[in-house]
Design a protein around this ligand. Structure first.
Ligand SMILES: Cc1ncc(COP(=O)(O)O)c(C=O)c1O
Length: 381
């Protein structure tokens, strides 16, 4: 049968958006071949969709994985990983400095009989003492959210392998432009593709990239069961975002480095968290495991109080006061009031997220415009 999308063999430059959620079976034999996995075919959107599938293959290549599973959001991707590999009685290690919504998910996991240790993993040598016979998974972000800590992927991968533990790295902050966790030994990579991969604040999606087909099958089973399959239109937007991804990531990295160096010298700014600064605790590890620079995310403490942080943000004109990250526009927020709000206040503070800690996601604007904006806003503090 001729492919209806390419009847003369000329392929479209853009993957068509296949809106259909249902497919007419050509025959019982074709149905059997699809069900038995002998051919790649489509039956129902919750199972698979050709637009989504094309983007999965592209992101798998970008992350040097074997395959990828796309989901409705980044948190759906993380939750699919938890649901696929964990059972009652298991123990997992989560790092303090990961996106705040994991705290909510952790409450659900605990209800299901999974035990969790929250660990500061910037020093990998401290991690082994938390490992127990029932430890099943280690999950981290590096650079982390929101304090931009660096975690030594190769070191932790070695330890995880020794104890037969699944090691998952959220690569949302670093992106594949800077870091390839699978090459460094991680078992799986997750992304909020809502961020840098999509890049335009106009879609939500998550991705899990795997190293072997068996994991793809397991995660596919979970997605098919719980129904976290992305719609074709969002997948098409994501494909479009990917076309400019490397250019955007390069510019974001340049802007982040320039802003971090500027902030570091400013008298109203106390600490700057950015692995591209030679004094940053993660600088040496980042030099080893990241390439093309150190990413588009930084954080800093301004003044002494939350009011100082609010004053600064209120006096910005070009940088948007908003959550999320990895977008064409620079975005700034106070994690204590936003991304980490779900955690009890004492937990936020004990992890080092202060009330005057500000997180900044570099966009692709002219660096001069951003520096002038920061300068003016800091004068108001
Ligand atoms: C590092 C990181 N991972 C995962 C998520 C969750 O992504 P989503 O908002 O697409 O569910 C976020 C959200 O901000 C994030 O920052």
């Amino acid at each position: 049968m001729k492919d209806p999308l390419t009847p003369y063999g000329n392929k479209p430059m853009v993957t068509p958006i296949v809106h259909s959620v249902n497919y007419e079976y050509e025959s019982f034999e074709v149905l059997r071949q699809i069900t038995d996995g002998e051919i790649d075919g489509y039956t129902y959107h919750r199972d698979d969709n050709p637009t989504v599938r094309a983007v999965e293959k592209r992101i798998a290549e970008m992350e040097h994985g074997v395959d990828a599973i796309i989901s409705t959001t980044g948190m759906a991707a993380c939750t699919m990983v938890y649901f696929t590999y964990l059972k009652a009685g298991d123990h997992i290690i989560l790092f303090h400095d990961i996106y705040g919504a994991h705290y909510k998910v952790s409450l659900i996991l605990e209800r299901m009989g999974i035990r969790i240790d929250w660990v500061d993993a910037a020093d990998a040598s401290q991690l082994e003492k938390y490992i127990q016979p029932n430890t099943r998974m280690i999950f981290c972000e590096t650079p982390s959210n929101p304090l931009i800590k660096t975690i030594d992927i190769a070191e932790i991968s070695k330890m995880a392998k020794k104890h037969n533990i699944i090691f998952v790295v959220d690569n949302t902050f670093a992106t594949p432009y800077h870091q390839l966790p699978l090459e460094l030994g991680a078992d799986m990579v997750v992304h909020s593709a809502t961020k840098g991969l999509g890049g335009h604040n106009d879609l939500m999606a998550g991705v899990i990239v795997v190293k072997d087909k068996e994991d793809y099958e397991k995660l596919w089973f979970t997605r098919q069961a719980i129904g976290t399959t992305l719609d074709a239109y969002s997948a098409s937007l994501l494909e479009r975002g990917l076309k400019t991804f490397y250019l955007r990531a390069r510019k974001m990295n340049e802007n982040a480095q320039i802003m971090a160096e500027f902030l570091q010298k400013h008298p109203k700014v106390k600490t700057v968290f950015y692995p591209g600064l030679p004094g940053d605790p993660g600088h040496e590890i980042s030099k080893k495991q990241m390439k093309n620079g150190f990413g588009g995310m930084l954080a800093f403490e301004v003044g002494e109080t939350i009011e100082d942080a609010k004053t600064m943000i209120n006096n910005l004109n070009e940088i948007y006061h908003a959550v999320s990250l990895g977008a064409t526009e620079s975005l700034i927020c106070i994690p204590f009031l936003t991304t980490m709000l779900y955690l009890p206040a004492e937990r936020r503070l004990s992890f080092g997220v202060k009330k005057n800690t500000i997180r900044l996601s570099a966009g692709i604007e002219d660096a001069d415009v951003l520096i002038k904006d920061l300068q003016k806003a800091l004068e108001a503090v």
